[in-house]
Design a protein around this ligand. Sequence first.
Ligand SMILES: *C/C=C(C)/C=C/C=C(C)/C=C/C1=C(C)CCCC1(C)C
Length: 226
Amino acid sequence: MLDPQDYVGVTFWIISAAMVAATYFFTVERDRAVGKWKTSLTVAAMVTGIAAIHYFYMRGVWIETNASPTVFRYVDWLLTVPLQIVEFYLILAAIAVVRAALFWKLMIGSLVMLIFGYLGEVGAMDYWIAFIIGMAGWLYIIYEIFIGEASQISASQGTAASQAAFNALRIIVTVGWAIYPIGYVLGAGAEGAAGLNIVYNLADFVNKIAFGVVIWAAATSSSESA
Ligand SMILES: *C/C=C(C)/C=C/C=C(C)/C=C/C1=C(C)CCCC1(C)C
């Protein structure tokens, strides 16, 4: 049973519902998008759909054990973060010929970030050394999308809709993703589980649902102008 005083458990509940609703929304709205944008909305629905399944399960783990569902959290991230990297790539590939190497660079940066975050959280490595290496993976992605190849492709070849989507996705990866390391830092102490989970839950709400909404806005605006 979910105790109404258990505010962390309540956030698991709310986000489970929001993920299901978002999945339905992106799936239905796919009809309004044209061409390659349809695939982007499919991927957005996959991200929230995968997260919904994990949230149902994580909610149960939290309510029954009062401990962080670390394995399920990272399994979810390992599936959904690469899909969001795919989204970046699809947005660029919709407008330009993009080298596969760019995709792999973003993918490797995100894997370094997640694998070391996991090793730190389960205690397989020093908590702070793992954090620093994970941060390096994230900063590398930020470099690629603001200064590196991805940003140059968007700036030189993008359409108004694709540039708007790309810029918004950049803000999500920089500002929205910054919520996660805050959760990790809060999780350091013995009493850290509540803070860590509430912050990670908030972060997933912003970064999976808002991320999809940004893509939805670009996808539907470019259909209307087409
Ligand atoms: C849908 C799930 C998403 C978008 C998850 C994103 C996760 C991160 C951006 C995690 C970042 C971390 C660092 C930057 C440092 C190490 C600790 C992590 C893994 C929490």
